[in-house]
Design a protein around this ligand. Sequence first.
Ligand code: PLP
Length: 354
Amino acid sequence: MADEVGNSGSRTHSYGLSALRLVSQARERIAKAAGCNAHEVVFTSGATESDNLAILGLEQYGLKTGRTHIVSTAIEHKAVAEPLALLRSRGFEITLVKPSRSGHVAAGEMLEAVRPDTLLVSIMHANNETGAVQPIDAVACGLDEDGPYLHVDAAQTFGRLTGTLRNKRIDLISLSAHKFFGPKGVGALIARRRGMQRPPLAPLMVGGGQEDGLRPGTLPVPLVAGFGLAAELAVREEAQRAASCRAIRTDALAALSRLEPSIHGEPGGEVLPNILSLAVPGVDSEAVMVSVKDVAAISNGSACTSSSYQPSHVLTAMGLDENEIAETIRISWSHDTGRVDWDEIATRIEQLRL
Ligand code: PLP
């Protein structure tokens, strides 16, 4: 930030060109990781903005073509659920497919909901509360080539399950750099062309026409450069990072099993190795968070909804009752977390039951 003072949009002097080189390098790194072309990467402020651009950006096209039906799921992040609710209030019909008890949505149900007037299918790759991985490949492969646009919110999975995102049938992918150790406040929407055609998105803001007219404003060059490097490292180290996370999950399950918890996301499908969502019978999650706070920083919901006391819409959609929702804690870690004293955590939780 001290040395690279240029605006990557300034083409007439060396400061601008130097900044542009950094932005181009980041764009190439992200494109290579995601299996798309560099010009298909649209930098945004994060996955929230990318989700909004993917969904609200298609509104005008949907209205113009009479395609005003959208298929999504009942477990989406608010960054998808809220734009969908907005479109519903403006006359769109939204079908939300429910998950199973384990938090997995069936690809068949998503595909059955598609109609001739379906504009968009939007499905998250992995749920941020439970870690449940959704059947993206099956949905992508089941859609006609010229059928609805497919948007995948991959905030939780880029750098973890990146291979799936390279499926060319996925038109729109939302990314957030801080989910794979890049800076906060930067992300991207990948808008893949079908043939030569970019998805018919309208920008949410207008101004200087940056990012191919889709996202005006001066790019935050240091954040973008950090995003690019983080993406390259995450994909290069994907297998090792997953193995480290899996080892921590195995230790956690071994130590916590004496509490006889119900593990959300299991059985019934794949779960991310860095997230564990569970309910300990008879123990309130608020009490757990307080009792372990000097050992582990854990939560009972997603950071984006932790200011509201509404029960999680994800756990509710999975069919959990009020008690199980109140007993649910969410623990997450990274490949870099190191040793965790799971026995101590289990003991503290056990004491709350006495
Ligand atoms: N989508 C999912 C699945 C997420 O987990 C998050 C963040 O928690 C977001 C979207 C929003 O991402 P950002 O914080 O980059 O706006």
